[in-house]
Design a binder for this molecule. Structure first.
Ligand SMILES: O=c1ccn([C@@H]2O[C@H](COP(=O)(O)OP(=O)(O)O[C@H]3O[C@H](CO)[C@@H](O)[C@H](O)[C@H]3O)[C@@H](O)[C@H]2O)c(=O)[nH]1
Ligand SMILES: [Mn+2]
Length: 735
């Protein structure tokens, strides 16, 4: 089934319903019956239990399985109406006319020059400055929450290098417009490319030297204008406390590249910070950019990009216009989201950082309903969405910020610069609608998820654009600790939305209907996975060690029910994964990491959220490190898990690994001695399955000697705790 949008003659985009829909729906119906049967079985055993122990066990599994059932139900919403889209950028000129391309403001966020190397931020910026798009229509705004002169220095260098790089890309029709990626690829070796490479390397060296010394010394400053800019870093200028710095590094009407063509605007912005005003992390940074850019250029289309994600396709703006220029969908179209895709993943993606379900499979499902959620980067917005719903405009405080305001002065005009500084002030948002009804929304560590969600609740639609060649490529964390901390931050942020007055299960369902509400709920309650996963990681195993059978016997008909529920969910997940261009080993990593996260990120996220609710702890946005240690990179590329540091999250993980291996062998020995295989089979299987998944942990605890092995202290603590847990469990009387 196909529906062509826009004019029939020259369509801009096309929507196709996925063939998997019918199969998905039938399977969902059957599986629902199985779940209901299983839950009633639990309830029944709980009610009929004769001992306290068996009553509490049945109740625990009832709770676990209720959560699993809820999570399963939420995932189904994404399977009800998956769609695929295509765009036809070649028809764009016929529809819009040659010169009618809208201006675009491109936002790049960075927050810490030591965790996010300025060279990589610069690469991201250059990759979008070099878009195949009229340069005078592009403005790149860099938000530096680190308030670092080092980053500003890197961008001064980038502005100079850009005047060579942009014409070079144009003339040679370069596809890799991120310099680092280009010079990493196999590129033609001729004098011109060699010269470019020399120029790039010299910029890189200067920037890296400055970052290494931590200071922009006099010999790196070439003119008075630059000196004045750096003079803003006076005594007492810190990351948490400093005035606004706005530096126009390139201005389209003035600056030309070496061939005389216009350069895009390039503006460095570090908003004012003060210890006494909340800054709302990335959402606050983006709102400051929204206002500064409104004052300076006010383009109708905005791209938000993280500094760790460069553009991999210069045609991306054209693809986006295939939706924004299509008048049949544009009135309600809030944003066009590209998937987060990554470079440098190891072969089997051991940490499952590809997040295929999160970034590809789910959005395809959302797209058949009201559109995908916003994932923080690689997303083109219509500026209008930040000011109320499609039919309910929320007016900003000053006319200069209105999305329809026309800027008719150059960006460096005195009045424009003064206004830009004013709107970047840390007190500017006090008593305003920013963060609640306007702009990116505050109140969650996952500002992306929350903002997209609220926009969709207001009635905005979105579109998932998933071209074959990834539009953007990002970095992934390469140590287990970084990976787990990242998902922990997400878990906390998601729970903040899940248990707020705007929860998807209440507010969301009312605003967007049950299916979209469930789609969002699936993510909001991510951390709840930790409850069933932790229970299944410990309870059946401890019972096994005591020889207590808690699941149906193999000879019992209900065993088949269990087998179906387990295999059905696993098989469907695996098929989904492989149909979306995944491989079996990567799927295996994905399910392994899901288990690992269950007893680490999700569990700690849940605990952190609860302690925050009762006011014991606070938490912030802990930026993921993008710095690569050589030895760690090497181990990552070989597919070896990186433990190395002492992290509290490794403790429950190692405990689970130990308990399962002991239970598995204990169970087997028991059976060989004439124990009840029929009754204990399911528990032995569960322990064995977990054990197979835990292989890298045993290796890290016992076999490895490199720096990435499990710290001995963590191993000892977990062994002690696992032993303590077992001792306690074995003293619970069976009454
Ligand atoms: O106070 C802050 C903190 C972070 N950032 C920027 O936010 C971006 C994302 O930070 P990162 O550490 O890379 O987090 P990830 O977990 O990799 O990011 C994912 O999750 C975030 C929400 O937790 C989203 O904002 C991101 O878009 C999404 O890619 C980076 O560009 C940072 O520079 C700021 O601008 N200000
Ligand atoms: Mn990131």
């Amino acid at each position: 089934m196909e529906t062509a949008a826009a004019t029939a003659k020259a369509p801009l985009n096309q929507l196709t319903f996925s063939r998997a829909t019918a199969a998905n729906r039938i399977f969902a119906a059957i599986y629902t019956c199985a779940i209901l049967a299983l839950l009633s079985h639990h309830a029944f055993t709980a009610l009929n239990s004769t001992t306290f122990l068996s009553f509490s066990l049945s109740l625990s599994f009832l709770l676990s399985d209720l959560i699993l059932a809820f999570m399963w139900a939420t995932t189904q919403s994404c399977r009800m109406r998956p769609v695929h889209r295509r765009v036809f950028p070649e028809n764009l000129r016929k529809v819009t006319g040659d010169e009618d391309f809208p201006a675009m403001d491109l936002f790049i966020c960075t927050a810490d020059p030591f965790k996010e190397p300025p060279m990589s931020v610069v690469n991201t910026a250059l990759s979008v400055m070099a878009y195949d798009y009229p340069a005078e229509k592009l403005s790149v705004y860099v938000s530096d929450d680190g308030g670092s002169a080092l980053t500003l220095f890197a961008f001064m260098e980038a502005a100079k290098f850009g005047s060579h790089w942009l014409p070079f890309c144009r003339r040679n029709k370069v596809v890799e417009r991120c310099p680092e990626a280009y010079f990493r690829s196999t590129y033609p070796q001729c004098t011109e490319t060699k010269q470019m490479k020399v120029m790039y390397e010299s910029m890189k060296e200067r920037v890296e030297n400055v970052v290494d010394t931590g200071k922009v010394t006099d010999d790196y400053i070439t003119n008075e204008q630059e000196r004045q800019a750096f003079n803003k870093w006076t005594e007492g200028f810190t990351r948490q406390d400093h005035p606004t710095v706005i530096q126009v590094l390139l201005e389209k009407s003035k600056d030309r590249d070496i061939t005389g063509q216009s350069m895009p605007n390039l503006i460095y912005v570090s908003r004012q910070k003060s210890r006494t005003s909340p800054h709302h992390f990335k959402a606050g940074a983006l709102n400051a950019l929204l206002r500064v850019s409104a004052v300076m250029t006010n383009a109708p289309i905005i791209l938000t990009l993280d500094c760790d994600m460069y553009s991999n396709d210069p045609q991306t703006p054209h693809r986006v216009l295939c939706y924004f220029s299509d008048t049949t969908i544009s009135p309600k179209l809030g944003y066009v989201q590209f998937p987060q895709r990554f470079h440098g993943l190891n072969k089997n993606d051991i940490y499952a950082c590809e997040f295929k379900r999160l970034f590809v499979t789910n959005p395809v499902g959302f797209d058949g309903l009201a559109g995908p959620n916003y994932v923080g980067t690689g997303c083109f917005f219509s500026r209008r969405v930040f000011f109320g719903g499609p039919s309910s405009f929320v007016s900003p405080e000053i006319p200069e910020l209105r999305p329809d305001h026309v800027v008719n002065k150059p960006i460096q005009a005195q009045s424009i610069l003064a206004m830009a500084h004013h709107v970047a002030d840390c007190k500017y948002e006090d008593q305003s609608n920013w963060g609640s009804k306007m702009g990116f929304r505050y109140g969650s560590l996952v500002e992306d998820y929350y903002t997209g969600y609220r926009l969709q609740c207001e009635g905005w639609k979105s579109v998932f654009c998933h071209p074959k060649r990834p539009a953007f490529l990002g970095d992934v964390p390469i140590t287990l600790n970084d990976v787990l901390n990242q998902t922990k931050r997400w878990s906390v942020g998601l729970l903040e939305v899940g248990f707020s007055k705007h929860s998807p299960v209440t507010f969301g369902v009312r605003s967007m209907g049950p299916l979209m509400g469930l789609c969002y709920a699936q993510l909001a309650f991510w951390a709840l996975w930790s409850i069933p996963l932790t229970m299944y990681a410990f309870l059946p195993q401890l019972a096994l060690l005591k020889g207590v059978s808690i699941f149906p016997k193999v000879s019992d008909a209900r065993f088949l029910l269990y087998a179906f529920v387990f295999l059905g969910a696993y098989a469907q997940d695996c098929i989904d994964y492989i149909l979306f261009e995944g491989t079996f080993p990567r799927w295996w990593s994905d399910q392994r990491m899901w288990m690992l996260r269950g007893v680490t990120s999700y569990l700690f996220g849940l605990i952190e959220f609860l302690t925050k609710c009762i006011g014991i702890a606070t938490h912030g946005f802990n930026v993921t490190s993008k710095v690569q240690d050589d030895e760690q990179s090497k181990r990552y590329d070989q597919g070896t898990f990186e433990f190395g540091v002492q992290s509290p999250m490794f403790v429950p993980l190692s405990m689970a690994a130990l308990v399962n291996v002991v239970a598995f062998f204990g169970g087997l020995i028991d059976v060989f001695r004439g124990g009840d295989l029929d009754g204990l089979f399911v528990q032995i299987f569960v322990a064995g399955f977990v054990m197979v998944n835990c292989w890298p942990i045993y290796e890290a605890m016992v076999l490895r000697t490199d720096k990435g092995r499990m710290p001995t202290k963590t191993t000892l603590i977990s062994t002690f705790l696992a032993w303590a847990l077992y001792t306690v469990a074995s003293h619970i009387p069976q009454i």
